[in-house]
Design a protein around this ligand. Structure first.
Ligand code: ANZ
Length: 837
């Protein structure tokens, strides 16, 4: 019987839908399992096969957990607000609402065509007012807690995108979205106090089952540094300058101070004789991004202010410089320059001819230092950045000489604290989250401003604050949001106060909606609350979350932050949202890149002589995206699902090869042939049952460990071994069908029906393995003839030499070499027989 995938897949998809097979409700009699995909932003180009690896894996897990008796929540939705959706709308000249609706339909159709077992009744869409009403409400909770406020801050502004960006959205001085240059500008903006949670965001990582590299990425992003603040005094004004240092013990070596160009004291600390130079310097650095300023390879620049400060430990006068390698938004925006112990300060001192005082030298036991190097360090010609022994560090206040770095640090901080010249502090690289965007396609920030400069947030009965309909939604620049165009919406009289009011025109960043969507899935149709308590209690936390590693510091950090705020408001019951997390590996494909830039498609690449073949991340823009549609059409969803996971280990990078799909298709055809075969019997057959138990055991372990590719290999091996049997026990085949069903659910349903299994496949239980059946009592023996390998035979582990020879004679492939009687049989039990003729 032919494998008609089109008929089979349509039949079972309608069946599942009709019987609402994947819709779930809270059921306290069953254990729950919540398996979640990072929901997509529905782009105009639709899904490509690289997107669906993760979705296929979670679907295998969801189906497997159902077979294991869990009540499985497996939802899907759309992250449809944000820059990408808006950029697409601008490019195509259609309103984002229309393009979003259209794109969502495409995505939904594509995902359904793959037979994913989502509870579609729970679909959420972040740009739907019924959803964003609650995003806005959570924002008001942040205000209530004092975690959202307006401030004048230096922001990352991207002129091409016409908006500010969060630190997390900037990479190497460019916008992650689009790669456009980003500059620093002071602006009044909404900010969320994520730094308040820095310590908990760090600590709670310990208990999560997340990949190690991902935890490291978050830890580094939060960037905890333990150090000290030290106060220096400016000579003329007696004003204090506070520096942050992780090396307090090097204080005797501080021979200059460097303050950031944005430091509030820059004006005050500049002597009139240096004013011109300073102004010139400031205007030059204003154009640079933080990345350019701190890039390690770059030459450090600076300018002298003409002023001095007093080093509190020895009362020495040291010059105050301005240097752009010092960032205003880290530590205190000022550093003490210790050229003997810090490479950057060493280069700076060399360039501007500043003093160097060696204060820390390697210990005598430090092995890889030559005597010449030691001499250079002691004399101040070479920098020594590691720990060691303190020298030249003695004054009437403090003596550190001969102490180790660590002891000296403690002693220095102790003295600083007692003398009130400083204190121990912890700083974080994490910055507060810049939350305003000058964009149209986002959640309006539910704030209204009054003429007297005060404001208020909208209360629940005033939400959702609808995004006004606008025909002109492109960025208008000059730090203004396109929402300014909706004059009637912006200016109004506030009913609650009777005052004239102006609405906030900034919108929320694209990360807002995804900060809590996993909570809405628990109770998506609740119109009185963001979600019900009972539902949240039952379903949370997410047991398995699967998505790309690119979200390590954006979505995953922001969502953890909001979740902790909600936890503190007693709105959620768990401290963390995502208990276990796994990243799918990137799917790559061949690209054809023109040497002058740009890409051509595979079909056209021969027409160009300046193209280089490369392997890159799959993407429509590089013309190497493969749509699942054509593959589902030609080979079927089950084949595609199998190939998605068979390509290689789930968390590793994999190269897409459309030609290799036929292998998976052939396997499914062979599987179906077993089921349709007239060798299927109701009888028992030890060999067949043993193969089935081995299969179930292997597949179960592999699914649990997310080794999907090896699970599929085991199924392929099963089919090969099983097809050689004389009869096919039905029971064994039923076990095999259940094992296959999470991977190829449509064909499995069809096979179950053919085998006339009881009830529907989706309600079956995953077979229980009989451990006795797994014990190995047969082996594959290698058969050699005159030392040459001629084939294999399966035989009892305790078979005798002569019985094995008899068996070999029966195998036609081997028999044709055995024309004569053997002169000798050399036998290694359990391994090999060599027949000498
Ligand atoms: C003196 C010193 C001596 C330093 C020495 C280092 C080595 P992490 O580990 O990244 O926290 N620093 C402080 N504030 C800064 C700012 N706003 N911009 C740029 N650099 C800043 O690094 C902390 C160290 O970076 C601090 O310790 C300070 O230099 C510098 F042998 O102070 B140190």
């Amino acid at each position: 019987m032919k494998y008609d995938h089109k008929h089979i897949e349509k039949k079972w998809q309608s069946f599942w839908e009709k019987h609402k097979q994947f819709e779930v409700e809270v059921d306290k009699t069953k254990p729950k399992y919540y398996v979640l995909d990072m929901f997509p932003y529905p782009s105009g180009s639709g899904l490509h096969v690289g997107h669906v690896t993760g979705y296929t894996a979670t679907d295998v897990i969801a189906r497997y957990k159902r077979l294991k008796g869990f009540n499985v929540l497996h939802p899907m939705g759309w992250d449809s607000f944000g820059l990408q959706a808006e950029q697409f709308a601008i490019r195509t000249g259609t309103h984002p609402r229309q393009t979003t609706a259209k794109n969502i339909n495409t995505y939904r159709r594509q995902l359904k065509s793959l037979g994913f077992s989502y509870d579609w009744k729970r679909e959420v869409n972040t740009s739907d007012p019924k959803y964003y009403k609650w995003t806005q409400w959570i924002f008001t909770k942040l205000i209530e807690k004092g975690l959202a406020f307006e401030a004048n801050i230096l922001v990352n502004y991207c002129p091409q995108l016409g908006t500010v960006l969060a630190n997390e959205e900037v990479e190497e001085g460019k916008s992650k979205e689009g790669g456009f240059p980003v500059e620093r500008r002071p602006l009044r903006q909404w900010v969320l106090k994520i730094t308040h949670y820095a310590e908990r965001l760090l600590d709670d990582l310990d208990d999560l089952d997340w990949p190690k590299h991902l935890k490291t990425l978050q830890r580094n992003w939060i960037g905890k540094s333990e150090g000290a603040q030290i106060n220096f005094t400016e000579v003329d004004s007696r004003e204090k300058i506070t520096v942050f240092t992780t090396r307090a013990e090097t204080l005797f070596g501080a021979s200059f101070l460097v303050i950031s160009p944005e430091h509030p004291f820059v004006k005050e600390f500049t002597d009139s004789s240096c004013l011109k130079d300073v102004q010139k310097y400031l205007s030059e650095t204003a154009k640079k991004s933080d990345f350019e300023r701190t890039e390690l390879v770059k030459d450090k620049t600076g300018v002298w202010t003409g002023k001095y400060a007093i080093n509190p430990v020895n009362e020495k006068k040291i010059p105050i410089w301005i240097g752009d390698y010092v960032l205003m938004n880290y530590g205190s925006g000022a550093v003490m320059g210790v050229p003997a112990c810090d490479k950057r300060d060493f280069e700076f001192a060399k360039k501007y001819k500043l003093l160097l005082n060696p204060v820390c030298i390697p210990t005598a036991t430090c092995s890889n230092i030559s005597s010449e190097q030691l001499c250079a360090i002691k004399e101040g010609y070479q920098v020594w950045e590691s720990s060691g022994i303190m020298v030249n560090s003695c004054s009437k206040h403090l003596s550190l000489d001969n102490l180790t770095t660590e002891k000296a640090r403690l002693k220095t901080i102790g003295w600083l604290t007692l003398s009130k010249n400083g204190k121990a502090v912890t700083t974080y690289k994490l910055r507060d989250w810049l939350f305003s965007r000058q964009r149209y396609w986002g959640e309006p920030i539910p704030i209204i401003h009054f003429e007297d400069g005060t404001n208020r947030y909208l209360e629940l009965d005033e939400l959702p604050l609808l995004l006004p309909e606008l025909n002109k939604y492109t960025p208008i620049g000059a730090n203004n949001s396109p929402l300014e165009n909706a004059q009637d919406w912006v200016y109004f009289t506030d009913d609650k106060t009777g005052l004239k009011a102006k609405r906030e025109t900034n919108t929320m960043p694209q990360w807002a909606g995804s900060c809590w969507y996993y909570l809405r899935y628990c109770d998506p149709h609740n119109s009185d609350k963001a979600f019900g308590e009972e539902e949240e209690n039952y379903w949370m936390p997410v047991d398995l979350y699967v998505g790309g590693v690119e979200h390590a510091v954006l979505h995953l950090l922001y969502a953890r932050f909001w979740h902790k705020v909600l936890y503190d408001c007693n709105i959620v019951s768990t401290k963390e949202p995502f208990q276990k997390l796994r990243n799918q590996g990137l799917v790559t494909a061949k690209t054809y890149k023109k040497t002058k830039g740009g890409y051509v498609s595979f079909e056209n690449h021969k027409k160009h002589d300046d193209v280089i073949e490369m392997v890159e991340k799959m993407s429509k823009s590089k013309f190497n995206g493969v749509s699942p549609d054509s593959i589902v059409q030609e080979f079927g969803a089950d084949t595609l699902r199998l190939y998605e996971l068979f390509m290689g280990p789930f968390d590793k990078e994999k190269l897409w090869d459309s030609r290799a799909i036929t292998g998976c298709r052939r396997f499914l055809e062979k599987f179906k042939q077993l089921i349709d075969s007239d060798k299927v019997t109701n009888g028992e057959c030890y060999q067949g049952m043993r193969l089935a138990h081995l299969l179930v055991d292997g597949v179960e372990k592999d699914i649990e460990g997310m080794y999907f590719n090896t699970a599929i290999s085991k199924m392929m091996e099963f089919v090969n071994a099983f097809s050689k049997l004389d009869s096919y026990p039905k029971k064994a085949l039923q076990m095999a069908v259940i094992s296959l069903s999470p991977f190829a659910p449509h064909l499995s349903e069809e096979c179950w029906e053919t085998l006339s299994g009881e009830g529907f496949l989706s309600y079956q239980r995953f077979p229980v393995v009989d451990k006795n059946m797994l014990v190995q009592n047969e082996k594959n023996y290698a058969i050699q003839i005159n030392g040459k390998f001629r084939g294999q035979v399966l035989a009892d582990i305790e078979i005798t030499k002569d019985a094995l020879y008899e068996l070999a004679l029966k195998d036609p492939k081997i028999n044709r070499f055995l024309s004569k009687k053997p002169s000798k049989l050399i036998f290694v039990p359990g391994k090999v027989i060599n027949i000498i003729l």
